[in-house]
Structures are given as structure tokens and as C-alpha cells.
Design a protein around this ligand. Structure first.
Ligand SMILES: [Zn+2]
Length: 146
């Protein structure tokens, strides 16, 4: 948990400060996740989801899940503010598109590789056959025809 030792004992968490209420640190659902030195984190989450909804959501979750929930809420809020139309879905779609492109490139590279490998083996056979012919004397000892 990212409780800051540097918190002065009187300063409210970023949530309570923005909501202008007294922060009872031990009972405050925001306090463990929204330290006073990161006011923007709470401001963005509040702007997108609303402090009341965030508090309700966190209270419904087990303590062990709350930090991850806050991280995803903060990320989603950040992306929604940057891209009001698609939010983080825009990033997900972009990454899915890149993933599909890379899968296509990979399967194309694999099929090229297997094609070159099969050509390579044929080439080896041809070289071996020529060497065998040479050792039988067909080429090396062939009389020159004038
Ligand atoms: Zn608080």
C-alpha cells in the first residue's frame, strides 16, 4: 500500500481536500489511494466517475482489490479526458489492430521461412548429386571434344 509517511497528520487526502470535508484517515475510503501530493489523480477520477460512485465502488470491493481498482479508474479517467470519444477503448482498439498486424506479419514470415527451408534442402540435394557425379568420374575425367 502506498501510504506516504511524509503525510502531515493534519492534511486531508486529495479526495477529502477536493470535496472540502474533514478526512478521518483511518475510515476514509480515499485516503490510502489518493495522497495529498497527487491532487490531479483524484480530480480526474472525480471529474469522470464522480467521487460518490468511486467511493461506492471501492467500498463494495475487498481491501486487497482496491489498489488495482484505483489504478484502473485513474487510467480510464486520464484516457477519457484525453480522448472524450473513445477513452481507453481507443488505445485497446489500436493495440488490437497492431496485434492483428503483427500476427499477420509473423505468419507471413513463418511461411517464407518454411519455403526457404524447403528450397535450401533441395539445393543441398542438388549439390550432393553433383559431387557424387564428379566422384564417379563423369565430369572430371570427361574427354574434351574438339
Ligand atoms: Zn480522505
Amino acid at each position: 500500500m502506498s501510504m506516504n509517511a511524509s503525510w502531515s497528520s493534519n492534511s486531508p487526502c486529495a479526495g477529502c481536500r477536493l470535496l472540502r470535508r474533514k478526512c478521518k484517515r483511518l475510515e476514509c475510503v480515499f485516503a490510502p489511494f489518493f495522497p495529498p501530493d497527487e491532487p490531479q489523480k483524484f480530480a480526474k477520477v472525480h471529474k469522470v466517475f464522480g467521487a460518490g460512485n468511486v467511493a461506492k465502488l471501492l467500498k463494495r470491493l475487498h481491501h486487497s482489490k482496491r489498489e488495482d481498482a484505483v489504478k484502473s479508474l485513474a487510467y480510464e479517467a486520464e484516457m477519457r479526458l484525453r480522448d472524450p470519444v473513445y477513452g481507453c477503448v481507443g488505445v485497446i482498439c489500436l493495440l488490437q489492430h497492431q496485434l492483428r498486424q503483427l500476427q499477420t506479419d509473423l505468419s507471413s514470415a513463418m511461411s517464407h521461412l518454411s519455403m526457404y527451408q524447403s528450397l535450401g534442402f533441395q539445393g543441398h540435394d542438388m549439390i550432393n548429386n553433383q559431387m557424387m557425379m564428379g566422384s564417379n568420374g563423369y565430369d572430371a575425367a570427361a574427354p574434351s571434344v574438339n
